[in-house]
Design a binder for this molecule. Sequence first.
Ligand SMILES: [Zn+2]
Length: 171
Amino acid sequence: MRRSKTMEGPVAAAAATTTVMCTVIAIDHSNQLWYRACSLCERTLPESPNSICKFCSHYNIGTLSSFKRLFRVLVSIATDKEVRNVVCFDRAARVLFGCSADEFFDFAKFHPFSALDADKILEGEMFRMTLSKPKSGNAQHLRVASVVPLRSGFQPAIESLRKLYGVRASS
Ligand SMILES: [Zn+2]
């Protein structure tokens, strides 16, 4: 019997997701943890302050200086087999951070070490992550499709940060 070339090998492998138990080694806080996106369609916007969404501006001329931030966080994880970098987009990153990227941005304005401390807080936490191949061919990292904390007392970074800075402020 001939094997079908379309259903096996690289094609099938590329579509696969894998679920791993892993420990967070580091959050890449040297890069910005978010990107600017159109608040209507969520397409990525350039970083320049007055950029507008080319897609939406066809329909809403003049109304689109509005944008929001969405998380895009590079995370190093260790599984029982390997250490690798994966990228958390907004939905997965919200599990780690416990807030939206805009809320984190506003918090970090008053607490400039928030990203650094979030890295320290999340370091060593264990998660079950489902990893998927990026849809765009030139993306280099697996993306985190879903993330579930394994420690029963897990608190997202923003909770720990509020406590951390609350204690500092009152002492
Ligand atoms: Zn748009």
